[in-house]
Design a protein around this ligand. Sequence first.
Ligand SMILES: *[C@@H]1O[C@H](CO)[C@@H](O)[C@H](O)[C@H]1NC(C)=O
Ligand SMILES: *[C@@H]1O[C@H](CO)[C@@H](O)[C@H](O)[C@H]1NC(C)=O
Length: 990
Amino acid sequence: MWGINFSLVSLLLLLAVQQTSALNAVNCASTKGFSVVSSGKAAPIWVGSDDWPGVQRAASDFQSDIQQVTGTKPSLTNFTTTSKVSGTPIIVGTLGKSSLISQVVKNAKINVSAINGTWEAFWAGEVSNPLPGVSQAYVIIGADKRGSIFGLYTHSESFGVSPWWWWADVPIKTSKSLFASGCQHGTPSVKYRGFFLNDEQPALQNWAQEKFNNNFTSTPFNHLFYTKIFELLLRMKGNYLWPAQWSSSFAVDDPQNQFLADYYGVVMGTSHEEPMARSTPNEWNEFGSGPWDFTTNAANITAFWKEGVERAQPYETLYTVGMRGLGDLPLTNGENINLLENIISIQRGLLTDANPGVNITKIPQMWCLYQEVQGFYQDGMTVPDDITLLWTDDTWGNIRRYPLANETSRSGGAGVYYHVDLVGPPRDYKWIQSSQIPKIFEQLNLAIVRNATNIWILNVGDLKPYERDTEFFITYGYNHTIYNTTNLDASFVIPWAQREFGLSASKSATVAEIVTNFTRINAARKPELWNSTTWSLTNYREAEWMLNQYNAIAAVSTTIYNSLDKNTQPAFFQLIHHPVQASANLAAIYIQAGYNNLRASQARLSTNNLADEVQTLFEHDFDFETEYHTMLDGKWDHMMDQTHVGYFYWQQPMTNSMPLISRVQTKKQALPGPMRIAVEGSQGAWPGDNQNDCSQGYNCPNPTIVLDNFTPAGSRFVEIGAGGPNTFSWTAGSNVTWLKLNATKGTITSSNPETRLLLTVDWSKVTGAQYANLQINATAKGQAPMNQPITFIANNTVVPSSFKGFVEGDGGISIEAAHASRNTAANGVQWTNIPGYGRTLSALTPLPADGNGNTGFAAGSGPVLEYDFFNFNTLANGTLNVTTYVSPSFNAYGDDRRLAFAISIDSGSPQVQEFMPLTPPASSPAGWSGNDGFVANSIVSVNTQHTNISPGSHTLKVYAMEPAVVIQKLVINTGNVRYAYLGPPESIQV
Ligand SMILES: *[C@@H]1O[C@H](CO)[C@@H](O)[C@H](O)[C@H]1NC(C)=O
Ligand SMILES: *[C@@H]1O[C@H](CO)[C@@H](O)[C@H](O)[C@H]1NC(C)=O
């Protein structure tokens, strides 16, 4: 089965745990070294009076961080030549800006060549004789403004202050003394790293309206709100922000917003559809005149942009250039390449005019190649080399295009716009955590390989509850070298859990498993797309397994939550426990509604119990929301306002609505009598008529149950249920000794309306296929006795003892891609496992992505995965149908390097699978959209046929041809593979 084994995984993860205080793997704290605070005395903090105000401001955060950790408040001084010298100070400053730091570097002969002139690097350490009269000091030197700020915040994080101390109520770790050990960080991997507050209704905006609304601005997104965002971003070592957009205008709503962003040290941008640092559509609607159409209204639009540029000029700004239709719609027909080239040229003219003497190539500009614009670009539109091309994902976490080999050296470089939250088709996802860190890692790793590292911007919707995804995205961009396919838990999630919840390494490893397990379920299909038949109610016990799995995850989360002190519970609740519980509850609502509907059609009284349960769970859903809103005296009121139950189309419902449920009359007995029999694997019920009992739907034969010895579940079941209010007693038995029943008699009443009879086989007594006649009898007071015969077929299949591999069971062979018999590299490239990736276990992709001289492999010559299997059956002509479950991805290396792999059985010639159709840039590939499309399903099913395969031992081979192909699972149909959302559970391996 798809088991989860918490303790085993914990143990494995523990071995790999490394202790780091800051998530970027830099630790500035130690148990000895420079005394920041000891014996109740704090080292004074000195900053240069001519340093950046943003550095001085961050130094005051640093001051209060130390106070919060130790209870001792250090002094903070703007140091000048006339300042009094006393104590052993911490001296903070920016190279080339702070005259204090110039003096210190010179006097103490600090070698700063490694950071001098670099972007955002810092160095910290203890030095001697930094200033006249000062014999020792600890210095934190930034290469530039943010280098200094990141130096300070990296120390704060090492000392015990999470970037999320305010935004997720992470307790500050207290300690009487603090020592600094020296630390450093180079230039970040990605130049601009940040997030986009988008789709801010209903949660973020309603919350902010309550918390930040005041009489001096018209919207809640004022500087009181934004300074908290700036601080968070900088504490995470991010630097770039796209502000909330839909009902606000950053620069207009509060005139302090733009100024303070720059003051704090944040580079402001605007979203892909808001050129020239002005909000669109809001500002345009308020201040623009005429239509948002450059062909007819160029003068007004240009004047509008000119104001935007002039307004932003004093501040560090990364300008979005280009143009989209109003409200993020495509440009209208007839607007074309020449027009866009002209627009860009006019925009660059405005930038030049506003920055006299500055070379246009030194003004950061970004052009987002969103949808139709990507098409224009690919059709040859000229884009000045210094403009960063921002490539996008498909809004579902699949990057549409990476820079092609000949585009990787543009001076403006490239970047990536990525989503963990969406308003859009095929369905909004903006309620709860539903992205997987391993998938984000895999996609961004390709961006790194292809040099798309100038900008990474993440659409985080309402920001909460995507705290962990946001930090992973930014931290990975800060230093990509610290993460690889195998250490995402050990180097990110576990240290994250230790930092946020103060948990031991082993409990943090359990938290990492919770994260893996529940984001796997939520990413396999976004909760907004769930319904009562998402998981099969009858095949492979899938829905039941899902219910149990989610309950198990929620139970582990509850245990940890209960073990935490009162100060830590709110953080754990926000970051783990609420999303886990609320998601588990939602899954239960749908699954129980599915069982309710099924039981109604089976004329079972338990229909009503399930109806009641769905109703209770549905009300419970709101209780979770209320708990979130009322904790901490309502600090996060409205933050979980997002509706999420009962979607009718892609857009959010206006309220939550319970899935349809049914009821049966409590006093009426089913026509065939008091007893109802349902057998595993069938939607039918006996006795009496049911459309699922046989194709005719009436006069159907008695049920048949088949079990073979390689069926993963190892058993079958029969449900005995009440067909109405009347109590009956039942007995069960068969004519063979090899069929084992877990019970042979019982009583069914209206208050105990069903029971499950588990059937197993003593295989030592069965040779080949043998039949049993199972009888279930019922007697009810005043009614004729009832009897329901069931044919049970046990099939004992035999594999030669020499065979090792997967064995056919229950009509098919299902294999996790990670469980290859052999995995052979070619030219240094190998199918590499990414634990935790995908819908069931993990996924394999050929790495390194730029291996084999950055070219693909011919079919059959590349790295190969081999899976040994043994089949007893085939379809006609010795045909085996194989389904390869592949992660959705685009032909992002260009149309001449389509995603491809090749597949064969034994010595059959490898069949090339270019499974993703070529797609015009403004559209989605065939199969992408819809509630059953591959982004909704989070999988692409690639079907191949292999003929003339006889029963016996064989090898399935999967050859890598191109990078970015990610394989999760393989299913070989030997005649009876049935529907399950995740496919059949993995087969038995011998
Ligand atoms: C240092 O100087 C700046 C700018 O003059 C000022 O804003 C800040 O409050 C001063 N800090 C301290 C600690 O005096
Ligand atoms: C840093 O580099 C600049 C430019 O090369 C140089 O002028 C300056 O002296 C250097 N600063 C230090 C402290 O080495």
